[in-house]
Design a protein around this ligand. Structure first.
Ligand SMILES: [Zn+2]
Length: 108
């Protein structure tokens, strides 16, 4: 198996997650970025809804942040799932997303 695996996961004070991989790559992702990339069914539906909303919104109307989006977000825990990913629990109570290694690697 040639897939790179995380050798180090570090939460920083800047609300980012630093991932170091076995092949030497290192990534820094914000908690918000991670939350937005949640692959669970609920979140992917929501993201699709947002896209549609964007398409129908008039040009003068600007997007507003929902209350949840303005709160500082934390990663509460990150648990390995099998040998292929991580289950991440966020401070907004959401914890159903499984972040596969492929998904994490593809984020920037
Ligand atoms: Zn989700």
């Amino acid at each position: 198996m040639s897939q790179a695996i995380p050798t180090r996961l570090d939460k920083t004070a800047r609300r980012t997650l630093v991932i170091e991989w076995s092949d030497g790559l290192s990534q820094e992702l914000t908690f918000r970025q991670m939350r937005n990339a949640c692959p669970c069914a609920t979140c992917s539906e929501k993201q699709q809804g947002k896209e549609e909303e964007k398409a129908t919104r008039s040009l003068n109307e600007l997007p507003i942040l929902s209350a949840a989006e303005t709160l500082p977000l934390e990663i509460v825990s990150m648990k390995p799932v099998g040998n292929y990913g991580y289950n991440i629990q966020f401070s907004d109570g959401h914890s159903t997303g499984i972040y596969t290694l492929d998904l994490l690697r593809g984020m920037e």
